[in-house]
Design a protein around this ligand. Structure first.
Ligand SMILES: Cc1cc2nc3c(=O)[nH]c(=O)nc-3n(C[C@H](O)[C@H](O)[C@H](O)COP(=O)(O)O)c2cc1C
Length: 192
């Protein structure tokens, strides 16, 4: 499969960056074609400008899409599957990735106002790294919120048939949890 992997972290040397490397290696070993979209490295601007707002709100549909949005949409058209690798920041994905959804899921591409369109993708794997243990994320409702907002609303709700979420948790204690999580990230790539 052609897999487009979105990476939202300022540093490839971080644990999240290591998880990306392990996951991408697994994907390649399994024979997938992999494209990595490193949002920080590409300088993706997550802020919707007034002209795109006019378009997304249906006030001026003739307003052209920003070039970086068109480029990201071309990558989605190339892809059969998607993946996301990011750290949990304040119980959500980093702002740069939130802005990617806001801008790239544009009118006519991902929705026509209240009606979602299909992205035509078979699969998505979400990998979120987190400081807290999974038990804490479950009991506070954060895990449920991720499932509702990211898995359901931003992926399954746009026709992605098979969406999986993996939390590499407990990274407050990186020495004990890091190695097993990197093995898991590699396995997720192999099994994609
Ligand atoms: C700005 C910021 C906000 C964070 N918010 C959360 C959070 O809400 N929940 C959580 O479990 N961990 C949170 N963390 C911890 C990171 O998710 C954790 O350190 C990460 O999984 C591993 O990050 P690393 O790749 O930067 O080492 C936060 C970290 C930062 C820097």
């Amino acid at each position: 499969m052609n897999v487009y992997v979105l990476f939202a972290h300022p540093s490839r040397a971080s644990f999240t960056g290591q998880a990306l490397a392990a996951f991408a290696q697994g994907l390649e070993e399994a024979g997938h074609q992999v494209q990595i979209g490193d949002l920080y490295q590409m300088g993706f601007d997550p802020v919707m400008d007034p002209s795109q707002y006019e378009r997304e709100s249906g006030k001026d549909l003739s307003s052209p899409l920003p070039q970086e949005v068109a480029q990201e949409q071309a990558k989605l058209e190339w892809a059969d599957g998607l993946a996301f690798v990011f750290p949990l920041w304040w119980s959500d994905c980093p702002a740069i990735l939130k802005g990617w959804f806001e801008k790239v899921y544009s009118y006519g591409f991902a929705h026509r106002h209240e009606v979602n369109l299909s992205l035509g993708l078979k699969k998505a794997q979400v990998i979120a790294t987190a400081g807290h243990p999974l038990s804490h994320l479950e009991s506070t409702g954060v895990l449920g919120a991720l499932k509702t907002v990211l898995v359901q609303s931003r992926l399954a709700g746009l026709g992605v048939q098979d969406v999986r979420l993996e939390v590499l948790d407990g990274m407050i204690a990186p020495q004990s949890n890091g190695p097993k999580h990197l093995i898991r990230a590699h396995q997720l790539g192999l099994e994609y």
